[in-house]
Design a protein around this ligand. Structure first.
Ligand SMILES: [Fe+2]
Ligand SMILES: [Fe+2]
Length: 370
């Protein structure tokens, strides 16, 4: 049986203190009023009143951009899930992904399911408010993988030519905040330059189960860092846009989905640290257990919790937070980051225009004061 860290003696002493102290009496006398259903009923009424202020055009624009972002996320996660998720066939690629953690296929499938649910929920919510849901089906035109397991359907995103920004690694280990203009070094500089595949094009590139070439391990490592890149983006996007939402129920949607992006990010942040050292042409994954990854706090592998950093004002004490969360231009910055990642290489002019329009509308949203 798991023993209490504090020890039994401590618990007994604490109970004795509570029994004899005024604290118990205080709780007993205050509780009935504090927890009365009337109080909750009043809260509910107030929430309903706030909802009655109605959803604004800005709220709709924010939700529509988020729906687009979720549909894009879903598209890329589905490609990963088909080749390395729970139901993916055994292959060299899947074996290489499992080097990062044997539970990776489960996590990949679950992250995919979450994105599907986010997109479907936001679109259903939009419809319930009489707003137009987002549909990007006409842009599913890109060729995906031909490896066994991959559906032969048009894709929205391109996972073959990624330039993965890996500065989230050092950003979350730093005491500096990007909202104050701070910039951060890349964890894997060669992955943040050039263009690299994160999935194999075909079975020959993937290889056979357990037979992991340097190339396919580098592809899997690229995916591992890309997972965290994508989810840190969502982690920042939701709080950034929530600041301009007016309707309480819409705010609840953003505040409830956003933290699941952070849960994904935290998992992928941890797993990326397991990427083995490997070299594939110009792409170099160093030993993440040695060198500066063992000695420099800006890189140290185990430091995956958000280091407290400057927040709001430099005069305040450092705070452990999601960053960036600045709201100005947040949607356009997110769209630009996805484009810079290489996800949309090969997409049509119309696709970029549609995404830019959705982002511009979201960034024009302003919180209405009652
Ligand atoms: Fe999502
Ligand atoms: Fe996500």
């Amino acid at each position: 049986m798991k023993r209490s860290i504090s020890g039994t003696g401590h618990l007994v002493n604490r109970r004795r203190f509570l029994e004899g102290g005024v604290l118990v009496a205080g709780i007993a006398s205050v509780s009935p009023g504090l927890w009365s259903t009337d109080v909750f009923a009043a809260d509910r009424d107030r929430d309903r009143d706030d909802d009655d202020h109605g959803i604004t055009r800005g709220d709709i624009a924010i939700l529509r951009f988020l729906a687009a972002a979720e549909i894009i996320e879903t598209d890329l996660w589905q490609q990963y899930a088909e080749l390395a998720g729970e139901d993916a066939p055994e292959s060299g690629y899947r074996s290489a992904i499992e080097v990062l953690d044997e539970d990776m296929p489960q996590y990949i499938s679950d992250n995919t399911d979450d994105e599907i649910s986010h997109g479907a929920f936001i679109n259903a919510f939009l419809k319930s408010k009489g707003a137009e849901p987002v549909d990007l089906d006409q842009f599913r035109t890109l060729q995906g993988s031909r490896a066994t397991g991959a559906q032969q359907v048009g894709r929205l995103t391109n996972l073959f030519r990624l330039t993965v920004d890996t500065s989230w690694w050092t950003r979350y280990r730093s005491t500096q905040n990007p909202d104050f203009g701070a910039t951060f070094p890349q964890a894997i500089p060669s992955l943040a330059a050039g263009q690299h595949p994160a999935i194999p094009k075909n079975d020959a590139e993937s290889g056979t189960p357990g037979n992991i070439s340097n190339h396919i391990q580098a592809v899997a490592n690229t995916a591992g860092f890309h997972f965290a890149f994508i989810e840190q983006g969502g982690t920042s996007l939701y709080p950034a846009l929530a600041q301009r939402v007016t309707n309480i129920e819409v705010l609840r949607v953003l505040l409830s989905i956003g933290p699941t992006e952070s849960m994904h990010f935290q998992t992928w942040h941890d797993k990326a640290g397991n990427a083995p050292a490997v070299k594939d042409g110009s792409l170099v994954f160093p030993d993440l257990g040695g060198g500066q990854f063992a000695t420099n706090e800006l890189f140290e592998k185990s430091l995956i919790m958000p280091e407290p950093c400057t927040f709001l004002r430099k005069s305040f004490p450092p705070c452990s937070i999601v960053r960036p969360t600045a709201t100005a231009g947040a949607a356009m910055k997110a769209a630009a980051a996805l484009a810079a990642d290489g996800l949309f290489i090969g997409q049509s002019k119309e696709f970029f225009e549609a995404l830019r329009d959705l982002a511009a509308d979201a960034d024009n949203a302003r919180r209405k004061k009652s």
